[in-house]
Design a protein around this ligand. Sequence first.
Ligand SMILES: [Zn+2]
Ligand SMILES: [Zn+2]
Length: 306
Amino acid sequence: MASLTSSGAIPTNVRIKWDIMLGIAAIHVGALLAPFTFTWQGFWAFFWLQWITGLLGITLCYHRLLAHRSFQVPKWLEYGLTLCGTLALQGGPLKWVSTHRVHHAFSDRPQDPHSPRRGFWWAHAGWLFAWDETLDRPDNYTRFVPDLTRDPVHQFIEKTELLYTILLGGALYAWGGLSCLVWGVFARLVFVYHTTWLVNSAAHLWGYQSYRTNEGSRNNWWVALLSYGEGWHNNHHAYLHSAAHGLRWWEVDPTYLTIRFLGWLKLARRIRLPRGNPAQLPPIEFVPSRRLTIPVPVSVPSLSSV
Ligand SMILES: [Zn+2]
Ligand SMILES: [Zn+2]
């Protein structure tokens, strides 16, 4: 068990999750074949699947829709987008969202699962390999996601999350051979892994702070560029339920643009934004939750639906 220390140091009695560590290592080894298996067919498999799994699956669905409920879509679309999220192999929706809600409840404090105050590499990937009694036992982590736990479809997707990547890999191999398998699964997974992980590591270390959020979150342009807008992370910590993370005109946010596009298609509604001109919003003093029981994300009173 990776018990947390009050000093923020990496715990010494870490129980390694070997299945996760070896699985992620194998995916990186598979990605090393990319230069030797390049075809344009494989490249386009990579290109479209990083967008489908990284943007639609992780940043738009897992993060802004499921974890923060910053907009609403019809249930059939929510489930479809959740399947896209499973293809990023970052865990099922219940596990991902519960870990993320704990991150917001204890940002850069000892209970934060991936604070860089324990070192860049711990925040970037190391935390994934350490067993955590709170976040790895379903009995424990499901209490952070009562909304998803109540939903039998999300429960089913959680239990079968690996299956969809196996099916995708088989289909890609049948369609375009080894090139499509390597580029569409292994290289694409490594790209989406590191762009997601940079939000936890780099965007809690480097960049500017528009808001005094009382933890280390930063707005980082190059992380935002790589992670479909998630690098405007200080804005996000200040306004948890805002569908837009980029709040100034230069803070380009492809995930939010996609949400607006879904709104234009009448598929997304109740898209939440900070009230008023974000450039004139007052700095926020973030008050962290002292309790581990956070049934739903803490509400931010200055948000409105548009
Ligand atoms: Zn968040
Ligand atoms: Zn954060």
